[in-house]
Design a protein around this ligand. Sequence first.
Ligand code: ADP
Ligand code: MG
Length: 221
Amino acid sequence: MLIEVKGLCKTYGKGESEVRALDNVSFDIQRGEMTAVVGASGAGKSTLLHLLGGLDTPSCGVVRYEGESIYDMSERRLTEFRLQRIGFVFQFFNLIPELTAWRNIMLPQSLKGKPDTHYLKSLCERLGIADRLSHYPSELSGGQQQRVAIARALANKPDVLLCDEPTGNLDQGSGKEVLGLLKELSQDGQQTVIIITHDKTAAGVCGRILTIRDGRLFENG
Ligand code: ADP
Ligand code: MG
């Protein structure tokens, strides 16, 4: 088992303004699985993804990667863990506008040493952006920007790719392409992918669907 989530809770605010964003959520993720997390706006999806990626700390519960609890790690170890083992993909791409596509993609590897340009080039070929690498994000379509963001997220060969509404800002065609790529990565490459979406097509592409309602998790099937 790659990821184990047990009794996860997250409460924001205190007293009158208290919001229980996640309520006793537990599930497991196997390596190579492609899982959709669906639910209405405000249900707790992003909160869950942030907790899975070690971007925030829970009010209670644990997240373990291969048995290791990420919230028991030191700040330094957690930063290292995020950089090496988690890839994040966001709705608004979050590319650095001042850097070319190629520089954006090299960034995670530059942070830890000398980039493996051979591997990164092959990744760009695979994602269909090899001829766009000298462009700046503003010179790319939404679908191309998201593929650059996916390449950047995969640069360090992470165990898991966490995607928060990756098609939420794309037209239908580009959205489909991006989903197809994510599916290929999980099927051929054994890449574990967790994707938050309220797009029904996106959920249909995934092998497994988890639904969140008012902070509680339900498994479909
Ligand atoms: P989703 O991604 O499913 O739309 P979120 O996880 O972003 O939902 O939010 C779940 C609930 O927690 C919502 O009621 C939201 O308003 C609340 N929430 C999220 N982040 C914060 C925060 N930083 N401070 C206070 N409340 C928050
Ligand atoms: Mg959200």
